[in-house]
Design a protein around this ligand. Structure first.
Ligand SMILES: [Zn+2]
Length: 43
């Protein structure tokens, strides 16, 4: 089969577009890091 879907090395999800998925991961991680640092600053 040539239509093999790649799997994400981070969350092991079957993704049709790994590049877009990895970009989503990067954005998600950045958002979480930002939220965590803001929460720490608020203390
Ligand atoms: Zn993933």
């Amino acid at each position: 089969m040539s239509t093999e879907h790649p799997t994400c090395p981070d969350c092991h999800a079957l993704v049709a577009d790994l590049t877009a998925h990895e970009r989503w991961h990067t954005r998600l991680v950045a958002d979480v890091a930002k939220a965590v640092s803001q929460a720490l600053e608020r203390r």
